[in-house]
Design a binder for this molecule. Structure first.
Ligand SMILES: Cc1cc2nc3c(=O)[nH]c(=O)nc-3n(C[C@H](O)[C@H](O)[C@H](O)COP(=O)(O)OP(=O)(O)OC[C@H]3O[C@@H](n4cnc5c(N)ncnc54)[C@H](O)[C@@H]3O)c2cc1C
Length: 413
């Protein structure tokens, strides 16, 4: 009998998962991907848009066309999931029955959750580069910014790609130096964390880079309000940070429909899963991948990619009635653009924090060290994304398990 596998979300995880599954599952398994639009954004490219290094149209492609033949694409908004009847309800009133469900609906920005953020001044004096519209609007604001305080603020974690706001600071330093106005601009990075980043060795290295580039670091700042008119962040502890131009990363949550689907999500609408198998806690025939899950890994495309291998294996095993593979180790891998055509690379998992050394083995890309090779890796990644990662092909030397061969475990603190 034909089995129905329904994949909610046709972004990074939904697309690579569907394409891999289509190759590996027999034809009597029917695959349907649901997404609300037909614009697949290469989100890492959003970082470059404000600096004129990429244009929104260069980083968007048709979602439908990224899916291989033999996969049905349904363009409609998801209203809710009924776990009892194993049915997905779409906004147009139609339904999709499933034998196995994969949640890949990512994370959404919720600026409305922070008082004042989307009020007066939003997209005039306060911007975000986390959406195509925001990144494009910020390009104009940066081009005319010649003096004053530029403040970059992460309201709270979790956010997608937690290093992207730091990369923004480093690129802003480069951009203003190139324009010979850096001396008249103060750059400030305001974070709720107690350091520049979550992982101690990387945090120390990144704080050092902020200092080298004369970027002020404000830590443990929990933003309670953004006053776009007056130009100030107000913390819950009543500290204030003034700005002339604010770049804010709003709070994130899982997709709204998760909250309308009894039993599926947590308080933030993320989907609790087993962190090694990606099977949901809600029901054995529901799995999740990427930013939509609650796994204690970064919300990153690299994580989504590595999870994909385990997810596909487990979907096959579940449909065959076999035990699941519990091998996802939290592997994450990120290039961190540092300006002046250089980047750092970090590679880590649930157990091992980012360490110096080389990736993927003792001869390879330098870890936690600025290099041009890493910058070229970051730029080339867009090609890999469309041509290898989304089609569900393996990228040579980059697998789901974190390699430890090139890492220096004796770290220089
Ligand atoms: C500025 C920025 C820079 C980044 N840089 C990097 C980087 O350098 N490296 C890296 O690894 N990662 C980076 N990321 C993160 C990376 O893009 C994401 O982690 C990745 O895309 C997650 O994939 P996903 O499939 O979970 O979610 P997404 O790719 O976001 O897909 C979710 C899909 O679900 C759909 N959806 C949601 N709700 C509904 C609904 N109700 N009905 C129908 N469809 C719905 C959405 O339309 C979307 O297509 C960056 C992200 C940003 C914003």
């Amino acid at each position: 009998m034909t089995k129905q596998v329904v994949i909610l979300g046709g972004g990074t995880g939904g697309t690579l998962g569907a394409n891999r599954l289509r190759r590996e599952l027999p034809d009597d398994v029917h695959l349907t991907v649901v997404d609300q639009d037909d614009s697949h954004v290469y989100q890492p490219g959003l970082l470059f848009v404000p600096f004129g290094l990429a244009h929104p149209e260069d980083i968007v492609r048709s979602r439908r066309r990224q899916l291989h033949s033999g996969i049905d694409y349904r363009q409609e908004s998801i209203d809710h999931v009924d776990l009892e009847t194993q049915t997905v309800h779409l906004a147009d009133g139609s339904t999709l029955a499933y034998d196995l469900l994969i949640v890949a609906t990512g994370a959404v920005l919720t600026p409305e959750e922070t008082p004042g953020l989307d009020g007066p001044g939003w997209m005039e004096k306060v911007f975000t580069f986390y959406s195509p519209e925001g990144a494009a609007a910020l390009e104009g604001a940066l081009a005319s910014f010649r003096e004053g305080r530029l403040v970059v603020n992460v309201v709270d974690m979790p956010i997608k790609c937690p290093v992207a706001p730091l990369e923004f600071c480093f690129l802003a330093d480069w951009y203003f130096r190139e324009r010979k106005v850096r001396a008249d601009i103060d750059l400030v990075y305001v974070t709720p964390l107690d350091g520049a980043f979550t992982k101690p060795v990387a945090s120390q290295r990144l704080a050092g880079l902020l200092q080298e580039k004369d970027i002020e670091l404000v830590t443990e700042f929990n933003t309670g309000e953004v006053d776009g008119e007056a130009g100030r962040l107000v913390g819950y502890d009543e500290r204030e940070v003034p700005f002339d131009l604010g770049v804010v990363i709003p709070l994130h949550s899982g997709a709204d429909y998760v909250g309308r689907s009894p039993g599926l999500g947590d308080d933030l609408n993320f989907v609790p899963v087993d962190e090694h198998t990606l099977q949901s806690k809600a029901a054995p025939n529901v799995f999740a991948i990427g930013d939509a899950t609650n796994v204690p890994a970064s919300k990153a495309g690299s994580v989504t990619h590595f999870e994909g291998e385990v997810l596909v294996e487990n979907v096959k095993r579940f449909l065959a009635g076999e035990d699941l593979d519990a091998s996802y180790d939290g592997h994450a891998n990120c290039f961190i653009e540092t300006g002046f055509h250089k980047a750092l690379l970090i590679d880590f998992n649930y157990e091992t924090e980012p360490l110096p050394g080389h990736f993927p083995a003792s001869v390879g890309m330098p870890l936690l060290k600025e290099s041009r090779m890493n910058h070229l890796g970051k730029l080339m990644f867009q090609w890999f994304y469309w041509h290898a990662l989304l089609p569900g092909r393996d990228i040579p030397g980059i697998g789901a398990d974190m390699p430890s061969a090139g890492k220096q475990t004796e770290t220089a603190h």
